[in-house]
Design a protein around this ligand. Structure first.
Ligand SMILES: Nc1ncnc2c1ncn2[C@@H]1O[C@H](COP(=O)(O)OP(=O)(O)OP(=O)(O)O)[C@@H](O)[C@H]1O
Length: 452
């Protein structure tokens, strides 16, 4: 029997490592041995390991098993799907039970019987594979809910945008998407790709705002081996990687001036010249770019070439901020609540009318991304299944400061005091009401009156 599997054996006794390797080598695809667990965390995050056979004691004379338990905890936290089988010459039943409670999948006593060792590790590898497959399916299920085609939104301010998207998607036109942070520009770009004839070919996204300036050229257009120090192999750029499909350049306004002419050339000739290459490579790519502000503002500031701006900005799609499409907030909230409940295996929380009203009236400066993160946080903080104002303390922080300047208007003073109390007590109604000298219903009435 040969179980495909990559096994690590960790024991300070080189003889034990050798004996285990000999017993296992013809049954698994790869065996590695280590005389100490130091550095194991790096190994398991950087390589595809299927099971670990881990000793309990690593220091001379130690026999308490504490080292093994500590490493078991550490590795298990790092990758809960990875099966760890413990081995010891000293452990009795108590220690065995303790390791199983802490996440080990099984326990082997030294000296072992080879058949038993092989069977235990085969089962451990199979378990790792099953857990990873289940995890992949679960995440795939969870993510698919936010994949293109499942875009949430039918607010009146979004409908003309979506109509426009559907009209231009099947063409090869370059599209420029403009919108604030987190409004869904990349989601929109993916939707355009999905609705185009290129949908079965790659969609490649590059956030130009995060690529250091010195690397942008190589990132986009690639390089040949030896083109510069550190270029030890040919590398295709993202433009080539998107061949046949769509290239999405986020934050196009930050493309360095000296590369703007090159991009224009690539668009016009549909060919890229990797750094250090002598012959250009033909590419067939549909380009979608995005920016937070219209590109002509960068042109006016002399940070962007007007010829490139005109080429990129012929079809412009403006994604409205969430505060201008509040009608979509309940659906988005519901969507993220069920997404994160599934992703984290937690009960799905429900938003009652009052909480929903406040969430809807908040301005969401970070737009859909902020709503998404706030919903994930609220799911993880799970107090009970109903959402409470305390789960969204920032709803009040942003409303507080308007009139710090010393207004004499009693109504205004009341509004500021309530905002501050809600913020100081993280949205906890009972504590805020007590601090303000009000009953809970009275505080609710005033929150409503002041439009919190
Ligand atoms: N219509 C939508 N329905 C569901 N989820 C959405 C929708 N639009 C955006 N999202 C989610 O909101 C988050 C932000 O979206 P996205 O990354 O597309 O925004 P962006 O405008 O490109 O952000 P940035 O300005 O940072 O580049 C993502 O997690 C995305 O899945």
């Amino acid at each position: 029997m040969n179980s495909s599997g990559h096994i690590l054996i960790v024991d300070d006794d080189a003889g034990v490592c050798l004996a285990a390797r000999l017993a296992l080598v013809s049954h698994f695809t790869q065996i590695e041995t280590f005389n100490a667990p130091d550095g194991l965390d790096e190994v398991i995050v950087s390589r595809d390991i299927d099971a670990i056979l881990l000793d309990m004691n690593f220091r001379p004379g130690a026999n308490s098993g504490q080292d093994g338990l500590d490493w078991l905890d550490r590795l298990h936290r790092l990758d809960p799907s990875l099966s760890i089988v413990m081995m010891t010459a000293f452990g009795g039943v108590t220690l065995a039970v303790e390791t199983l409670k802490r996440g080990a999948v099984d326990f082997v006593l030294k000296p072992w019987q080879n058949e038993k060792l092989i069977a235990t590790l085969s089962a451990a590898v199979a378990l790792t594979h099953a857990k990873r497959e289940a995890e992949t399916l679960r995440l795939r299920g969870a993510e698919s809910a936010i994949r293109p085609g499942m875009m949430i939104g039918n607010a009146p301010s979004l409908s003309p945008v979506l109509r426009h998207v559907r009209r231009i998607a099947p063409t090869d036109a370059i599209v420029s998407i403009v919108g604030e942070n987190g409004t869904g520009k990349e989601t929109m770009a993916r939707e355009i790709h999905r609705l185009s004839s290129r949908s079965h070919l790659p969609f490649v996204a590059v956030d130009l705002g995060t690529v250091p300036e010195a690397f942008v050229e190589s990132e986009l257009f690639g390089h040949r081996r030896g083109a510069f120090g550190g270029a030890d192999a040919d590398r295709a750029g993202r433009y080539q990687a998107a061949h046949g499909g769509t290239l999405y350049l986020d934050d196009i306004g930050s493309l360095p001036l000296h590369l703007q002419k090159r991009l224009l050339h690539v668009i016009e000739h549909q060919e890229v010249l990797p750094i250090g290459a002598t012959k250009p490579v033909k590419v067939n790519v549909r380009l979608i770019v995005s920016s937070q502000r219209p590109l002509n503002e960068r042109v006016e500031a002399e940070m962007f070439r007007s010829d490139l701006s005109m080429r990129l900005d012929t079809v412009r799609i403006c994604v409205p901020p969430l505060r201008d499409r509040r009608e979509d907030i309940p659906a988005l909230l519901e969507h993220f609540l069920s997404l994160y409940a599934r992703k984290h295996n937690l009960p799905r929380r429900r938003a009652s009318g009052d909480v929903l009203k406040w969430i809807e009236s908040y301005d969401w400066p970070g737009n859909i991304r902020e709503l998404r993160h706030a919903t994930e946080r609220a799911t993880l903080l799970l107090g009970d299944e109903r959402l409470h104002l305390e789960d969204f303390p920032f709803l009040f922080t942003s409303r507080t400061p308007a009139s710090e300047g010393g207004s004499y208007n009693l109504d205004e003073i009341e509004r500021v005091a309530i905002g501050r109390a809600m913020s100081d007590f993280d949205g906890n109604i009972t504590l805020a009401a007590t601090a303000l000298g009000l009953t809970r219903p009275a505080l609710y009435r005033r929150l409503e009156k002041h439009g919190f």
